[in-house]
Design a protein around this ligand. Structure first.
Ligand code: ADP
Length: 355
């Protein structure tokens, strides 16, 4: 172990996700087991700017693995993006002898981690978001719990839909990504799943619903991804009723899906990733995000992770790829294709087996 790490900081930032507390617990215990002190930074980067710190012991975190939300709170802090804010954050690290930071969050949080890393505070990111919208990792902390919450809510909606012979159109969170929508759609036997990654055939949905109703089917669930915009799901609900004659209701669980006890999958992912982050930080790595790729936990350069995200969203700017080798660029392209193909395949399956 490198001697220079005597104390590390841990923070959660941006949108919260179930499993963030499990990651905080893992980081704390992993570091202490390796002889390193841990300090919790309260409220993300604003806590770093305002010196809101709480020393953490194993005893402090022993009960938080099942805690929803985040034990260290979260915040969105614009001041951190300014030079003055950054200077205050560095000052807090210096004053409190914080030798490195592990930051849990999404791409904004990783940009902050990079800014700190280049100014001499080594940082490692952990992917925490229910949306699963970080291209470099197969899964993010919080995704599994959010999907299971949607499942539970929709099973309840199906009960009442069945009693009243209705269709319920449910808009699920996910920001601009359809991961929650497609996986829950399949798991719920939704008659239709609409998301932004793959064209949605409304007429085919209406036809399927009419046929199923003629065969005696009483209730239907249709899942719509948040990314299609606020008006989409409500308009679709009205159209279903008009075109099929089936009474339809709209439902938006929204932030309910962000809360709750993390599932086993999220607790394990958070635990394994947290331990890996500590291990790599103490080995001297910095400016990387911990990812899950093909069932392996790996470290990915934050710049690589941010650029592959942009490539996936077709938002590359001139010069974005200059820092990468041709092999890396090919690898990025292959990853983007893999992600896009996943949605096409899953939508195909959903449309074939949804009934
Ligand atoms: P997420 O991490 O979930 O993507 P945000 O985009 O809101 O959430 O980012 C979380 C926080 O990370 C912001 O409030 C800000 O403090 C910090 N941050 C975001 N973008 C940058 C940036 N370009 N430079 C430095 N810090 C950033």
């Amino acid at each position: 172990m490198e001697k220079k790490f005597r104390k590390i900081g841990i923070l959660s930032s941006g949108g919260d996700a179930p499993g963030m507390s499990a990651a905080i617990k893992s980081v704390t215990c992993s570091a202490i087991s390796r002889g390193v002190e841990v300090v919790g930074i309260l409220g993300g980067y604003s806590g770093l700017i305002n010196n809101r710190l709480r020393p953490l012991t194993k005893n402090d975190v022993s009960g938080i693995i099942s805690l929803g939300g985040t034990y260290l709170y979260s915040d969105r802090c614009d001041e951190f993006k300014t030079e003055e804010g950054m200077a205050k954050a560095i000052e807090t690290c210096k004053k409190n002898n914080i030798d490195g930071i592990i930051a849990i969050g999404g791409d904004g949080t990783f940009r902050g981690a990079t800014d700190l890393s280049v100014r001499g505070i080594p940082c490692i990111g952990l992917p925490g978001t229910i949306d699963n919208d970080i291209t470099a990792t197969d899964t993010t902390i919080g995704f599994d719990t959010a999907m299971n919450t949607v499942l539970d809510l929709c099973d309840r909606l199906r009960d009442t839909s069945e009693s009243h012979a209705r269709c319920t159109v449910v808009e699920v969170m996910g920001r601009n990504a359809g991961y929650i929508a497609i996986e829950t759609g399949i798991a719920l036997n939704a008659i239709g799943v609409a998301l932004q990654e793959v064209p949605f055939d409304k007429e085919a949905l209406f036809k399927r619903m009419i046929e199923m109703r003629e065969q005696g089917r009483r209730s239907f669930i249709v899942i719509v991804a948040e990314g299609l915009g606020t008006a989409f799901a409500e308009a679709l609900t009205k159209e279903i009723e008009e075109k099929t004659g089936i009474e339809s209701r709209f439902n938006r669980p929204a932030h309910i899906v962000r809360g709750g006890i993390p599932t086993l999958r999220d607790r394990v992912l958070a635990s394994v990733m947290g331990d890996k982050a500590v291990d790599l930080l103490l080995q001297g790595q910095s400016d990387v995000v911990i990812c899950s790729r093909n069932n392996q936990i790996v470290a990915t350069d934050i710049k690589y992770a941010l650029i592959v995200d942009r490539m996936y969203k077709n938002k590359l700017k001139p010069g974005d790829l200059d820092a990468f080798t041709p092999e890396q660029i090919e690898e990025m392209k292959a990853l983007c294709e893999e992600r896009k193909a996943y949605f096409v395949d899953m939508c195909d399956i959903a449309n074939t087996i949804g009934c």
